[in-house]
Design a protein around this ligand. Structure first.
Ligand SMILES: [Zn+2]
Ligand SMILES: [Zn+2]
Length: 171
């Protein structure tokens, strides 16, 4: 038989006795105030807290991510493009090998500069920054050396692989 001390009352309904506790905050809650999640029974407060704390990016993180991805791609794209173009057939293999690594490196740099915070649209901003950076870098190279390596297939493959890696890492 449960003594008075053992009885738990729902934090939202002080007169409703319950046997359940939220597995995150430990507060007693009744069946109505409880929800089954992937990680067990939790109170509604905790569920909404976890949900809103998943995306932690600050407003400033987006322009920073855009600038960093733009800057890096604007510098790296002409170099990668020249390499891929000069390697001819081998450019495809290099693109296959280096594309995902380059995208992973870029994603990691972006994660560092935004303090590892997560943002719902971070991957989109970073991808857009990368695309514009690559285009800007190629236009620069066109003006400077009359070359536009972006139109070479290995370069497009390289870009596609790098972008899909950025998406996967920052999503
Ligand atoms: Zn809770
Ligand atoms: Zn309740």
């Amino acid at each position: 038989m449960a003594s008075v001390n053992d009885a738990l009352y729902c934090v939202n309904h002080p007169h409703r006795e319950t046997l359940l506790r939220c597995n995150r905050c430990g507060r007693p809650v009744c069946m109505d105030c409880m929800q089954l999640t992937d990680v067990g029974y939790r109170c509604k407060d905790c569920i909404s807290q976890v949900r809103s704390s998943f995306y932690t990016a600050h407003a400033l993180d987006y322009p920073i991510a855009a600038l960093v991805s733009f800057g890096i791609s604007a510098i790296a794209a002409p170099i990668a493009g020249l390499l891929a173009a000069s390697l001819g057939f081998w450019g495809f293999w290099i693109a296959f090998l280096v594309g995902p690594a380059a995208g992973g490196l870029l994603a990691e740099i972006i994660r560092q500069v935004v303090g590892r915070r997560r943002g719902r649209y971070l991957w989109l901003i970073a991808s857009a920054g990368t695309v514009f950076g690559v285009i800007a870098g190629n236009i620069g190279l066109l003006l400077w050396a009359g070359m536009f390596p972006l139109l070479h297939l290995p370069m497009l493959l390289f870009l596609a692989l790098a972008l899909s890696t950025v998406y996967a890492r920052l999503r």
